[in-house]
Design a protein around this ligand. Structure first.
Ligand SMILES: [Zn+2]
Length: 141
């Protein structure tokens, strides 16, 4: 397939990667917190910090920039689930207010942290798989 004129001569390292590594399912690798190229090395350093590179294949994770994407998904998904449960409980059981605080605050914190790591891993793996990057304008001299 011929490259578009704007991209001729710009074939990236990512194109070469696909010839040396079998395809890795980005969702599976992201959920497991594994390298999006080889599926073996760790993606995270600590709980939410992205490592500098893959320990197994040497892929540099400098491209990884999920930005606010994981937080937006977490807010939407966890908010939907927890607010739905809280409303359901209030309508059906009408517990005192302290029961709501006791249940939903810890649940929100735990779900948000777990979901944040999972979604961040998936978004970074999808970023690698789709070669998504910040848009740039090429200036010709
Ligand atoms: Zn790797």
């Amino acid at each position: 397939m011929a490259a578009l004129p704007a991209f001729q001569g710009k074939e990236t390292i990512l194109d070469d990667d696909r010839a040396h590594y079998p395809p890795v399912d980005p969702v599976r690798a992201g959920l497991a917190g594994r390298c999006p190229r080889c599926g073996e090395g760790r993606l995270f350093r600590g709980f939410l910090g992205v490592a500098s590179g893959c320990g197994a294949c040497g892929l540099d994770y400098a491209f990884a920039d999920s930005g606010d994407g994981p937080a937006a998904f977490v807010i939407l998904i966890v908010g939907f689930v927890v607010v739905g449960l809280a409303l359901w409980m209030e309508v059906t059981l009408s517990p005192p207010l302290w029961v709501h605080f006791l249940l939903w605050i810890p649940l929100v914190v735990i779900l948000a942290l777990v979901a944040l790591r999972l979604i961040k891993g998936v978004l970074i793996a999808l970023q690698y798989a789709t070669r998504a990057a910040e848009g740039r304008i090429e200036r010709r001299p």
